[in-house]
Design a protein around this ligand. Structure first.
Ligand SMILES: [Zn+2]
Length: 436
């Protein structure tokens, strides 16, 4: 390993000596020396890999052997590390700081200003990046309006550190279906979503949210879960099929995508019939709907860990169904995986505390039946495709953004190591480094 890098470095230095005249700006070119490099798409592991980075993008991998002549090169030695593409969490809530109980949720909406919640949000996005998530899809602000658009803008303008963001802004549900609930009718309270009733209002809400910066439209398709005697997880659907179709049609017409919170039978069925782009949670999905998901290319974002995280607290508060749902979820995941549904990594972090590394989701995916490389793929290539960002992120190859993370050891042998990422680069900039 060392000898390989020695020779390669000599080549770089020779290039430097030979090409003084065309030298780009100092520090513009970085070279990462990776002991191992995981290519999630193929599952191939490349040993002693050299990644040449120019500006914010990857210029080439070492096997092309044309090293950057004349450049001032910053060499970053990760020869005792495994490198992989920056991770993608496709289901986050940066504006929420955990809500095991309804009281936790109500308190954030009633007692914290949107300004204060946004300040906490800046901490969430920094944590996401430091955990190794260089891209996230933030699936609604839970009553904090369009604050996610501002977080994204602050990151893109270099004001605060954070991942690349795709945002869903306010999300939608029907009247009477979403917290805050249980207050007296004459006491006006805020809601965690935009309340929308009827196809025309739904179209108007889509237009409004997109005009204020929504990349994705998020809908809540079901609520009130219960396990039937035959073991099927049943629900009360929120939107009518006509309303969902109007939302999907209007969103797609504007070249955006729809994510649907759908945990059980009817919510999932209506969502796939309407043609949404991703099913969030999907604790129970009927076989016929799994088939439709494969046919239509609808993604499944299972968010396993959050279910485990909230189950005990909610069961203790009287909602025992949350414990039963865990078993049903595992069985559904297994059927979806075997049927070939595209599964993207998403955690619902924010639903649990941002102090917990969302990479805790990976061991659950493996426990539920994925191989380690499938789990890594779900958070890189598959997630990038779902977001339509596959030309920029999700893999390490020439032309992609230099979004690269590294850790000690082999995550394909021990998936929990993904919770110990100690090197994070986004767009060629280093945000975390245990190597000097
Ligand atoms: Zn969520």
């Amino acid at each position: 390993m060392k000898r390989f890098f020695g020779i390669a470095l000599l080549l770089i230095l020779a290039g430097l000596a030979a090409g003084q005249d065309q030298r780009p700006a100092p520090g513009k070119v970085k070279v990462l020396l990776c002991g191992a490099l995981i290519h999630p798409g193929t599952g191939q592991v490349q040993h002693n890999a050299m990644i040449v980075i120019e500006g914010e993008r990857i210029r080439e991998l070492a096997e092309n052997s044309t090293l950057p002549a004349g450049a001032q090169v910053q060499v970053i030695d990760l020869s005792d590390h495994t490198c992989l593409p920056g991770l993608i969490d496709t289901h986050t809530h940066t504006l929420l700081q955990g809500d095991i109980t309804a009281a936790d949720y109500d308190e954030q909406l009633l007692k914290q200003s949107v300004a204060y919640r946004t300040i906490l949000g800046t901490r969430s996005v920094r944590r996401a990046l430091e955990y190794g998530f260089t891209t996230i899809r933030d699936l609604e602000t839970e009553g904090a309006g369009y604050a996610d658009v501002d977080l994204k803008r602050a990151i893109n303008n270099g004001i605060i550190p954070g991942p690349r963001m795709r945002v869903a802004t306010r999300a939608m549900d029907v009247t009477g279906a979403y917290p805050l609930q249980g207050y007296a009718p004459d006491v006006p309270v805020p809601h965690g979503v935009q309340l929308v009733d009827g196809p025309d209002n739904a179209r108007k809400a889509v237009r409004e949210q997109i005009s204020y910066g929504a990349d994705w439209i998020k809908v809540y398709s079901d609520r009130s879960y219960f396990v039937r005697s035959d073991g099927v997880l049943d629900d009360i659907p929120t939107f009518t099929l006509d309303e969902l179709r109007a939302i999907v049609d209007e969103t797609h017409r504007q070249r955006h995508k729809v994510a649907s919170h759908a945990m059980a039978l009817n919510g999932v069925h209506n969502s796939v019939e309407a043609g949404v782009d991703s099913i969030e949670h999907g604790n129970y999905i009927a076989d016929a709907d799994i088939k439709t998901m494969v046919q239509k290319g609808i993604y499944y974002v299972p968010t396993i860990y959050v279910g485990e995280y909230v189950a005990e607290g909610r069961a203790a508060a009287g909602a025992k169904v949350w414990l039963e749902m865990l078993k049903i979820h595992q069985e559904t995941f297994h059927r979806a995986l075997n049927a070939g549904v595209k599964i993207a990594f998403g955690t619902d972090v924010g639903g649990f505390d941002w102090g917990i590394n969302p990479a805790v989701e990976f061991p659950y995916m493996v426990k539920y039946g994925m191989t380690p490389i499938q789990a890594v793929r779900s958070a890189t290539t598959t997630a990038a495709e779902m977001l339509g960002m596959q030309n920029d992120v999700g893999s390490i190859s020439a032309g992609k953004y230099a979004d690269i993370v590294a850790l000690k050891g082999d995550p394909l042998a021990d998936i929990t190591l993904l919770q110990k990422i100690d090197f994070v680069m986004k767009g060629g900039e280093i945000y975390k480094s245990a190597v000097h």
